[in-house]
Ligand binder design. Structure first.
Ligand SMILES: [Zn+2]
Length: 69
């Protein structure tokens, strides 16, 4: 199975993923909800989401995020 679904700790803070996991919009980090919450408050978050959606529209479902290329 994909590392994303099997790892038990957040890539960013090392905290537990028991409360839930979600992929970063900036790269392929697997984040805990606390880090995702912090990420979503970044000033360039909208830009990251938009870039991700643009890639999906183009058919690229494996976009690594604006900071992960
Ligand atoms: Zn975290």
């Amino acid at each position: 199975m994909d590392k994303f679904f099997t790892q038990t700790n957040c890539d960013r803070c090392g905290g537990t993923l028991k409360a839930g996991r979600i992929m970063s919009m900036y790269n392929t980090d697997c984040l805990c909800m606390t880090c995702k919450d912090k990420e979503s408050k970044r000033v360039d978050y909208d830009e990251a989401v938009k870039a991700d959606h643009e890639e999906i529209k183009k058919g690229n479902y494996n976009f690594k995020g604006i900071k992960g290329q």
